[in-house]
Design a protein around this ligand. Sequence first.
Ligand code: HEM
Length: 455
Amino acid sequence: MDAYSIDSTDEFCNYAQKSGGVIEYKTIFENTNVSAMHATEVMHLPFDITNPYKTHTFLDRSYLSQHEGYISNIYIVKNLSAFFNGEYLKKIIKADTATFNVLINNYLKNYSTNYFQGAIKLDDINDFMIYILHKNAHSRVFGIISKHQSKATYLIEKLTQTFFLAPSSKYKAIEIIKKIIQDKKMNSYLHELSELIYLELQNQISLKFGSKNISILQLIKKSPQCLQGCDKLATTMSLLKIFRGMVIISPSRLTNILNDISLNPSVISILNTEQAEIITKYGTSVNIDTINKMSILHNFITNSLLSSSPASFLFRKLNKDITLSTGQVVKKNNIISFNIFGYYSKKRKYQQKNIEKSSTKARIVKSNIANKKKNKKHLDLLWGYGSNACPFYEYSLIQMKIIIICIIRTYDIYAHVHETNQVHPGYTNISTVVPKSSSIVLKLKKLDWVKTYNI
Ligand code: HEM
């Protein structure tokens, strides 16, 4: 099957279902895609047959994944994820909220020229999300690198680029030489950035941090023992990996959440009511306690994440032939991946048929596919599985909530200036599933929370 001929994610899944839930398709590699039904079989294969890290180095064209230290440094990233828990997490939430509020404002002021009837029309939500997440990731991971900020920013950007396999010459030798030159340049960038980071770690002057500018680098300064035994390069590569993680997946997931909110005006009204209740009881502060009380927001976001699950992800390059329960043999070196989208799109269609008469709130609260116990294992799959499941998943979910809270406390979100109900435009793409249309309309809230709730 030629993956490029497929325009909709549903079309891909229908094709997969007709083929018994296991399909082979070709992109730049041989891929076998299995449905949620077969996921468990693959998940239980021994680590050395489906070694994810070897797959990453095979598939990911970024300099970081190609670096010889990629696999041996993975434990450092996991150690650093401890900064996104407990007391540190509380500080990070505060800093994220302050930063996102500024960035949302900046983006809308500087990049949205599309005003219509007092509303801002954003043609590309994904661009909006990349802008705020990318700038926030700089602050949260590296913060301010004294005296060398612009040099450091330049090096971080260069080192986190992804290179596509696009040979521009038919002569292999020329391609090899180009690669050697490229690697040399990137190595020197990595060394330069490591020096700047090392200097910053030695610089005790900027130890004080305010609520808005907490960064992992500053936290490392406070607890240097967390990096015991790690050299400069390994530390820098790990910080870059976290930075990259922060900007790679979340924008498209948030695009889906914002699109889903926009489709039905009663959704924003229900989310507003929940925010009003929280603000009345606990004030305007966005913190772990108030976020945990927003159950409607939680259900809505989880539902949206599941509905836009990837149709092909968790890629694993097989180290041995395996046989699936269907009898199909998947050969060594083939890349196997999971289709979770198909499972949820079936659920979504079934529910739409059956709950059309119930209110939107009942749909969000009671019919939430994420609440069903039997969905639990697939829900977990959103963040991967086993020892290399996403080490940042709790923070990442909270971060997505913070962004939505920051937006909906200032703006109402609609798909259309006339605030009418719209049908979902359908999904496109296979790995990074996004809505076919990604525009929304933001209307400044008529409600002033502070005045209305006397805060
Ligand atoms: C703050 C944002 C995020 C950061 C810093 C981050 C970071 C990471 C890192 C470092 C890994 C690799 C773990 C390892 O190799 O052992 C990872 C894995 C993973 N992450 Fe995240 N992530 C973020 C957000 C997300 C989001 C929003 C999703 C999806 C909803 C997600 C889904 C996954 C999955 C599925 C894996 C496993 C990939 C595999 O096994 O091939 N992550 N993440």
